[in-house]
Design a protein around this ligand. Structure first.
Ligand code: 5GP
Length: 200
């Protein structure tokens, strides 16, 4: 069985990555890895769907048991990718999608060099700020700190395999679709593809 891809997507808050991914996950048969976190559940979120919500003690036990592929602390909470969410599915041939921040993405690439890293950037920092203001859900202080964080994250974009600029949504969706299609037939999978062609 051909092992599934590990696709890692990062991008600053407000860059539209959720919208881009939402348009292709089902269509391309991708499987979201549900992360674990110690942050509290937000309204509308569901345990086991958005995250596995854990206590600090539970999270630290999983780390000690080597069940966490990568983890980081973000705004005072643990966030981590569970090994089982990724390994079982990839071994069953499913392509797994991680939506994680830049430190986690770099750790995944170190641990799984075959991971495909995609960074989704806004067309400009000014446009990102405009989108955050348009949401109307955050104070000026929070917007300023998100913009500063976005600038830090955008500096890390050069570590990624692909950089998609989300100016026009349709173009960004089509770029991500093309990346995944290309990776599915990439030369790094050639041995599996050749043996499939010869043996079926
Ligand atoms: P939020 O609290 O808004 O859901 O997520 C905060 C940040 O944590 C986002 O940038 C999100 O991509 C990141 N994140 C979510 N899950 C994981 C994870 O498993 N590992 C890492 N490293 N970051 C994560």
């Amino acid at each position: 069985m051909k092992r599934g891809l590990l696709i890692v997507v990062s991008g600053p808050s407000g860059c539209g990555k959720g919208t881009v991914l939402g348009s292709i996950v089902e269509e391309m048969g991708l499987c979201y890895s549900v992360s674990a976190t110690t942050r509290s559940m937000r309204e509308g979120e569901v345990d086991g769907v958005n995250y596995h919500y854990l206590t600090e003690e539970q999270f630290e036990t999983l780390i000690a048991e080597n069940k966490v592929l990568e983890y980081t602390t973000y705004c005072g909470n643990y966030y981590g990718t569970l090994r089982d969410e990724v390994e079982e599915r990839r071994n069953n041939g499913q392509d797994v999608l991680l939506e994680i921040e830049v430190v986690g993405a770099a750790n995944v690439k170190r641990l799984c060099p075959d991971a495909v890293l995609i960074f989704i950037a806004p067309p400009s920092v000014g446009e990102l700020e405009r989108r955050l203001r348009k949401r109307g859900t955050e104070t000026d202080d929070v917007i300023a700190s998100r913009v500063a964080e976005a600038e830090r994250e955008i500096h890390c974009a050069s570590q990624y395999d692909y950089l998609v600029v989300n100016g026009a949504l349709e173009k960004a969706v089509s770029d991500v679709r093309s990346i995944i299609n290309a990776e599915r037939i990439s030369a790094s999978n050639k041995d599996e593809i050749i043996s499939e062609v010869l043996n079926s």
